[in-house]
Each structure stands twice: as structure tokens, then as C-alpha cells.
Design a protein around this ligand. Structure first.
Ligand SMILES: NC(=O)c1ccc[n+]([C@@H]2O[C@H](COP(=O)([O-])OP(=O)(O)OC[C@H]3O[C@@H](n4cnc5c(N)ncnc54)[C@H](OP(=O)(O)O)[C@@H]3O)[C@@H](O)[C@H]2O)c1
Length: 323
């Protein structure tokens, strides 16, 4: 028997608790992993809500990512004792997830940890860090480069994806980073993370504003996305990965047809294996911001409190859950 968080649904009541289960509860897979760390992402918060739209089958172990040590494997690519991680796929949605002392997954979902990345460090990045890396990678493959010192706009600077994105951009040499925050006290935090400027997004109805930014890394969605799109310069490029500010935005066509801007959707869940491996290697090495990452480490007993903080917008940076 081992410990896991279980989400149960009874009519319109969704609740979660720490329970003792055995391995027969785990979903099918080739590789059994002794989980050491998981991390708490915005999607995990949604997974615990009625109509959160994340969990497909109840009862379910949530947790969309985890890292640990292979305990047994029928996939020849993985051997007992290998350090591995998973982000995305169906983990914590329709397949038992990472808030558990054990997890079982298909070998195709696993990434072997690069030697220089510890199990804990991999989950301080977690899905948020991987998504930040994927967003930067997409901007760089669409022209962003340090040599040109472009103007870059980043949203959700105090959250998991945004805070890691700003720190990586700074680490690899980008100097002109503007962060959008929504509270006065977050301005100082954004600057400490590496943004040169922090601004609050003001409301306006104009279809096009002065082009100020070459690249826009959006983690927030909603009308914050349209704020950035209409401020992109000619041939500007944006990525969007999040929807904390809503699924809908009041955008218009003019920035696209008058300035030739590009908007790229980021999906970290089904990224193919080669790109996953490449990005985790970058996070372990040239993009490594390991020591400077803003994080809290909690055990199962503080889980509920962290979820409440995330729901109230009182949470900062990343939280890792130690098994
Ligand atoms: N596409 C993918 O594969 C993928 C992967 C990972 C994450 N995501 C998504 O990316 C988003 C960010 O994830 P995260 O882990 O960074 O979340 P997080 O840690 O909860 O951070 C969210 C950030 O957005 C800010 N924010 C929240 N509501 C806002 C609003 N209405 N207007 C402006 N800013 C707002 C928060 O500020 P406060 O501190 O003031 O609340 C915080 O800075 C989520 O929607 C998540 O689901 C997508």
C-alpha cells in the first residue's frame, strides 16, 4: 500500500484527499516509477474543480507531471534505477498521475533525465518550465535571436511559466524584456526575475497601437493576448500557451494584415519525443536557471493550502510536491 491523492466525484461534488491505495489502482503502462517529486501546475488546480475540464475518469490520481526512479520496466529503453520524468500526455487526466508515491506509464511518455539535472530540479521546472522552454524555442525558430536584442513582452510574470520564461530569456542574453503584471506589488518581483520593465495592462478599444515589441510570449490568454498582438511591430511573432485570463479574446485582424504578425499556439502535452529530449537538455545545460528558480517544496500535508493560494492568486513561482 502507498499514498496518493485521489479526486472523487459524487454528483456535482468533487473532492480530493490523501488515500492509501495499491498498485492495482494505477493505469496500464510498461514502466513503473517510484515517484520522488511532482509539481503543482494551474491545470492541476483545474483538475480539482467541478467542471474543471481536466479529469476524464473518476476516481483519479491527479498530477500532470512527475519525476522519479524506474522500479521495473518491460520497455527495453528503461532500466531499473534510471532517473525519468513525464510531463503531459494523459497523465493526471485519464491516466493516473503524479501526486502519488508510484506511477505507471507507457515508455513512450518518459524522458530520461539528462545527467546534470536532478530529479528535484526537473520538477522545479516541471510542465511550466518545459512550456516556457517550448515557447522560447518556437520564438527562436521564428527569428528571435540574442544578436538583434529584440524587444520581448512576457505575460503572467509571477506565475510558473512566465517567471521561468523571463529567467531563461535573461540567462541566455536577452536584455529588453517587458513584463505585464496585474498588481502593483508584482512589478518589483518581475524586475527581480530579470524584466527591464514591468507594466500593468491598460484597457483600450483601439484596433492597433504603436508597434513596440518584436516578440510576445503570452502565458495568460484572454484580452491580455489581444493587448500584446496589437502592440507587435511589423512581422512580430507571438506565442500563446495559457488561458488563465479566459478562453476568448476581443482581437481584430488589423495587426495580422497590416503588420504581417504571426500567432503560434503552444501545446506541451503531445510534443514529440525528439523535441522533448532536446528541450530538457537545454534546461539542464545552456538554459539552466536551476539555482535561481523561485519555488516552495511541500509535502502532502500542505497540498490543500497551496491549491487555495493558487485559486486566490496568492501563489508565487513554482511548488514541488515531495513524496
Ligand atoms: N499549452 C500548454 O501546454 C500549457 C502548459 C503549461 C501551462 N499552460 C497554461 O499556461 C497558463 C499559465 O500557467 P502557470 O502554471 O504559469 O500558471 P500560474 O502559476 O497560476 O500563473 C498564472 C499567472 O497568470 C497571472 N494571471 C492570472 N489571471 C490573470 C488575469 N486575469 N490577467 C492577467 N494575468 C493573470 C497570474 O497572476 P496572479 O499571481 O496575479 O494571479 C500569474 O502570474 C495556464 O493557463 C496553464 O494552463 C499551458
Amino acid at each position: 500500500m502507498f499514498n496518493a491523492i485521489l479526486v472523487r466525484k459524487d454528483g456535482s461534488d468533487v473532492s480530493y484527499d490523501l488515500e492509501k491505495i495499491d498498485k492495482s489502482f494505477l493505469s496500464e503502462g510498461d514502466v513503473l516509477v517510484k515517484v520522488k517529486y511532482s509539481s503543482i501546475n494551474y491545470k492541476d488546480v483545474l483538475a480539482l474543480q467541478y467542471k474543471g475540464g481536466v479529469i476524464g475518469d473518476y476516481p483519479m490520481i491527479p498530477g500532470i507531471d512527475f519525476a522519479g526512479i524506474v522500479e521495473s520496466s518491460s520497455d527495453e529503453r528503461f532500466k531499473e534505477g534510471n532517473n525519468v520524468l513525464v510531463t503531459g500526455y494523459d497523465t493526471g487526466m485519464t491516466h493516473t498521475g503524479g501526486f502519488s508515491e508510484y506511477a505507471r506509464v507507457p515508455g513512450d511518455w518518459l524522458v530520461k533525465l539528462p545527467g546534470s539535472l536532478s530529479i528535484k530540479a526537473s520538477m522545479i521546472y516541471g510542465t511550466a518550465g518545459f512550456t516556457a522552454a517550448l515557447s522560447i524555442y518556437n520564438l527562436e525558430t521564428n527569428g528571435m535571436c540574442v544578436e538583434k536584442q529584440p524587444e520581448i513582452l512576457v505575460t503572467g510574470a509571477t506565475g510558473g511559466v512566465g517567471s521561468i520564461a523571463i529567467q531563461i530569456l535573461r540567462k541566455i542574453g536577452y536584455e529588453n524584456i517587458t513584463a505585464i503584471v496585474r498588481k502593483e506589488r508584482q512589478m518589483e518581483i518581475a524586475r527581480k526575475l530579470g524584466a527591464d520593465r514591468a507594466v500593468m495592462a491598460e484597457e483600450d478599444n483601439k484596433p492597433l497601437k504603436e508597434g513596440r515589441f518584436d516578440y510576445f510570449l503570452d502565458t495568460v490568454g484572454g484580452n491580455v493576448t489581444s493587448y500584446g498582438l496589437k502592440r507587435l511591430k511589423y512581422k512580430g511573432v507571438a506565442t500563446v500557451c495559457g488561458n488563465v485570463a479566459g478562453n476568448n479574446m476581443d482581437a481584430n485582424i488589423l495587426p495580422f494584415i497590416l503588420r504581417g504578425i504571426k500567432l503560434i499556439g503552444i501545446d506541451s502535452v503531445y510534443v514529440e519525443g525528439g523535441t522533448r529530449k532536446k528541450l530538457w537538455e537545454k534546461l539542464a545545460d545552456e538554459w539552466s536557471i536551476g539555482e535561481s528558480l523561485l519555488y516552495n517544496e511541500i509535502g502532502f500535508e500542505e497540498f490543500g493550502k497551496t491549491i487555495e493560494q493558487l485559486l486566490k492568486g496568492e501563489h508565487l513561482g513554482r511548488t514541488v510536491l515531495k513524496m
